[in-house]
Design a protein around this ligand. Structure first.
Ligand code: TXA
Ligand code: MG
Length: 318
């Protein structure tokens, strides 16, 4: 395959990206959470190429990205909780798991044969422009090789997938920096993955607590694999100072070699997390170790800690 093209965030770049998707090719594109590895969700071949490019264990369902609610209703059925959550958080960093319509036309490879489909309406203007220009559903996992750190910049995508995808649409750094929150909406709203919308905001919208689910699919789903997001260096959490040979990533009062947020701001910390993991990994070197300052378990801190615990877990990737 030829080298991966970097497309500019302009009408020509968007048109070229949409054209590649229409040909069944793969294009990485920015969303407000992380960069997605997009392919036509109606095409078995395009979806198979996504799994191949990521080296992802197969049969893990993907998120379908759509431009608006009308498009969502052509693919899935929205129950009462789904409607409330969609009204409050779409477009935005929320994914809803919804019953799949019989006439949805989505490749069964996207849903791994499940009767449900995970759907998201992203808020990023480039993602929205691409979805409008393409005019169809785009299946997109995070644009990283399976088991590696999710990309929040176009050069992260190139680092991992150079030559394995046709293009990346360069929208600069992602504002949220953590993947979407995944909620199974109806009948009983259940959290499947903490993410860019804080759980507290979802509970406030629903007026009652969320049940906590596993991933709801299979124990081997990528978001559930313990070592997902793994850097090469070993990771120690809740560190208040660096042990010899460790690169400390600070937060708030804990000062490190680099920091997630000097002022202790969880939104800033989320946006910097995956880039900081990469930077710390490079600074630590092959035999190095990384330590992370404690992050409060509230708001986006919950999703940050979820990713850090996975990154710190023993590597269990195939
Ligand atoms: O922010 C995000 O969500 C990014 C951007 C690109 O949109 N995407 C992303 O996709 O993180 P991915 O493939 O890395 O994570 C998708 C998660 C998986 O853990 C999968 O198990 C879950 O969504 N999922 C997909 N379909 C599902 C379904 N029908 N039921 C339950 N979980 C599902
Ligand atoms: Mg991922």
């Amino acid at each position: 395959m030829p080298p991966t093209a970097t497309l500019a965030a302009d009408p020509d770049g968007i048109a070229r990206a949409a054209d590649l998707l229409a040909k069944g090719e793969l294009v990485a594109f920015p969303t407000e959470t992380v960069y997605g590895l997009g392919g036509d969700a109606r095409s078995d071949l395009a979806v198979a190429r996504i799994y191949q490019a990521k080296g992802r264990p197969s049969f893990n369902p993907l998120i379908v990205h759509l431009p608006d609610l009308a498009a969502v209703e052509r693919v899935a059925t929205l129950g009462p909780h789904a409607r409330d959550l969609a009204g409050a958080f779409w477009p935005g960093p929320l994914t809803l798991v919804l019953p799949l319509r019989d006439d949805a036309g989505i490749s069964p490879l996207v849903t791994a044969g499940l009767p449900t489909v995970a759907i998201r309406i992203p808020a990023h203007p480039l993602a929205r422009a691409l979805l409008q220009a393409f005019g169809g559903p785009v299946a997109a996992p995070s644009a990283n090789p399976s088991g590696r750190i999710s990309p929040t910049r176009a050069d992260h995508v190139i680092d991992g997938l150079q030559g394995r995808i046709s293009a990346v649409l360069d929208g600069g750094p992602c504002a949220v920096g953590l993947e979407s929150t995944i909620v199974l909406a109806d009948p009983d709203p259940t959290l499947l993955r903490p993410g860019g919308v804080p759980v507290e905001a979802i509970e406030a919208c629903l007026g009652h607590p969320l049940a906590i689910g596993g991933d709801g699919v299979k124990p081997t789903s990528p978001g559930q694999l313990a070592s997902h997001y793994a850097p090469n260096a070993a990771l120690r959490l809740n560190a208040t100072s660096a042990a010899p040979g460790e690169v400390l990533v600070g937060f708030g009062p804990v000062k490190g070699a680099l920091t997630l947020s000097d002022s202790g701001d969880l939104v800033e910390a989320a946006a910097r997390l995956f880039h900081a993991l990469r930077e710390a990994d490079q600074m630590a070197g092959p035999a190095g170790r990384i330590a992370f300052a404690p992050i409060p378990e509230t708001g986006l801190g919950r999703a940050i800690n979820d990713r850090l615990r996975r990154a710190a877990a023993p590597k269990d990737m195939p």
